[in-house]
Ligand binder design. Sequence first.
Ligand code: NDP
Length: 293
Amino acid sequence: MDKDVDNNMVKIIDGKEEAARIREEIRIETEELKREKRIAPGLRVILVGDDPASQAYVRNKEKASAEAGIDGQTLRYPASITENELISVVKKLNSDPVVDGLLVQLPLPKGMNTQKVLDAISYEKDVDGLSPLNMGKLLRGENPLFVACTPKGIMHLILSTGIELKGKEAVVVGRSNIVGKPMALLLLEKHATVTICHSRTKDLGEVCRRADVLVAAVGFPELIKGDMVKDGAIVIDVGTNRVDGKWVGDVEFEPASKRASFITPVPGGVGPMTIAMLLENTLIAAKRRAGII
Ligand code: NDP
């Protein structure tokens, strides 16, 4: 979709449309898998506690799974569940043959060792791509079974622009395990020259202005100002911040649009791709069970 902002043709990357296209492909492939191999992809989401945002994310995953024909179920536990009990649940699901994908909705309640719980997930069912083996393989440049859904979805969007990444300057703002770090590794794999920024970066504007590809994954509304965007850059806004009842990204959209060649909106950019990639990873896991791949 094209949008004219002050006579400068910036292309808005429509994540919603791209995600819908991918989800339809997944639905068709799931139907085939059921028909030909009698296998229904199974996804289990473990939700602990009653965080309202997590509940909404989980509901979206349930709905998207159902639409794709994936057997997606949420297992809900009270915040009082102990770490060991939770790990036992994970282990039981690891050995359940109808479960292809397994994920623990984050954040876990305070006091729980998130890393320890995630480490218990079998790497073959780790559709969130956060297990040490999948992340380690990504780091070593070996094909992981699963790549974390948000950066994987972002790569789809960046590649959809048709811009060659080889030799380009890429800047990722944010160094979380779930977005920033895997994102930087994926860009590196495509031969971009990658810089990762974080809260201690000295001159964020100066670094961002070098970026041919700028990915903002911070969680601070409009931290990236328009004048921090290089002319012609691809700008990917991962941030989802609630401001006065509205979703606002980490990038100041209008001024950034005047400089960028491509930009993702919030909402409707990265968010829809994350769920599409979760379904895609679950389908990959089910195809492995079927012995197709
Ligand atoms: P985290 O809080 O885990 O990480 C935020 C990162 O931003 C940290 O590395 C932090 O640095 C860095 N940071 C904080 N302040 C600054 C600053 N002033 N300048 C530069 N860097 C800074 O967040 P996530 O990675 O989990 O998520 C980031 C955003 O993306 C959030 O808004 C989240 O809601 C959104 N998100 C959206 C998804 C989607 O599907 N649309 C999926 C996942 C996340 P340091 O390490 O030094 O603390």
